[in-house]
Design a protein around this ligand. Structure first.
Ligand code: ATP
Ligand code: MG
Length: 200
C-alpha cells in the first residue's frame, strides 16, 4: 500500500495542509494519507494548542475523507521526534507499506539538515508542494536528496498557522481558511484568544 504521511504541528490545521495532502494523494496514487501531528514542548508554545487539542482538530477535519487518517504516535511518545525515528517505527509495524512524506516548500529547503537524511531518503520518497515565500527549487538540493523528491502541483495558498493564530487573537475571522470542523472547534473552545461562543 502506498501511504502519504502529512506531518506538521497543525496549530491549527488549515486548508494549505488539506490541499497539500489531497494533491499529493491524487498526483501519486496514494491509497491513504495519514496526518501526523508532532509533539511540541509545552514551554515552546504558550499561545498554542495542546497536543490533545491539535489531535482533536485534525480528527474533526480528516473524518469526512475516506482516504485520510490520523497517526498520533509522535504526540503519544512526547519529546523530540525525528522523522527518521518515526519512519523506523512505522516500517517495522507496516513492512509492506511504501511511505511518502509530504512537505511544503519551506520544509524542502531544509531537508539537507534533517537528522538522518542520508538514511531517510533510502527509506522513503518526499512529495513537495509549493508554498508562497520559498521557491521550490530542487536544483538547490544535493543530488541524492533531489532525486527522492517528487513534486505535486497545487495552487499556492498564502496561509500559515502562525498567521491564523494572530488573526484569531486579534478577533479576526479564520472561517474558510481552516476546515469547518477546525473553525467550530476553535470557536467553541476559545483557542488562540478567540471569544468562546456558540455557532453563528
Ligand atoms: P506555523 O506557522 O505554526 O509554522 P505552518 O502553517 O507552517 O504553521 P506546519 O504545521 O508548520 O504549518 O506545517 C506542516 C507541513 O505543511 C509543512 O511541511 C509545511 O511546509 C506544510 N504547509 C503548511 N502550510 C502550507 C501551505 N500554505 N501550503 C503548502 N504547504 C504548507
Ligand atoms: Mg511551519
Amino acid at each position: 500500500m502506498r501511504v502519504g504521511i502529512m506531518g506538521g504541528t497543525f496549530d491549527p490545521l488549515h486548508i494549505g495542509h488539506m490541499m497539500a495532502a489531497e494533491t499529493a494523494r491524487e498526483s501519486y496514487a496514494l491509497e491513504e494519507v495519514w496526518f501526523m501531528p508532532s509533539h511540541i514542548p509545552p514551554h515552546k508554545h504558550e499561545a498554542g494548542a495542546s497536543g490533545e487539542e491539535r489531535l482533536a482538530m485534525v480528527e474533526g477535519a480528516v473524518r469526512d475523507h475516506a482516504a485520510f487518517g490520523i497517526l498520533d504516535l509522535e504526540i503519544a511518545r512526547g519529546g523530540v521526534s525525528y522523522t527518521f525515528e518515526t519512519i523506523t517505527v512505522l516500517q517495522e509495524e507496516y513492512p509492506e507499506h511504501e511511505f511518502f512524506f509530504i512537505v511544503g516548500a519551506d520544509m524542502v529547503q531544509y531537508l539537507p539538515k534533517w537528522h538522518g537524511i542520508e538514511e531517510l531518503v533510502r527509506r522513503l520518497t518526499f512529495i513537495g508542494v509549493g508554498r508562497p515565500g520559498t521557491p521550490l527549487d530542487l536544483a538547490a538540493l544535493p543530488g541524492f536528496i533531489a532525486e527522492k523528491v517528487l513534486l505535486a502541483d497545487m495552487p499556492l495558498v498564502d496561509i500559515s498557522s502562525t498567521m491564523l493564530r494572530a488573526r484569531a487573537a486579534e478577533g479576526k475571522s479564520i472561517r474558510y481558511m481552516v476546515p469547518d470542523a477546525v473553525y467550530d472547534y476553535v470557536q467553541r473552545s476559545g483557542l488562540y484568544g478567540t471569544q468562546p461562543r456558540s455557532a453563528d
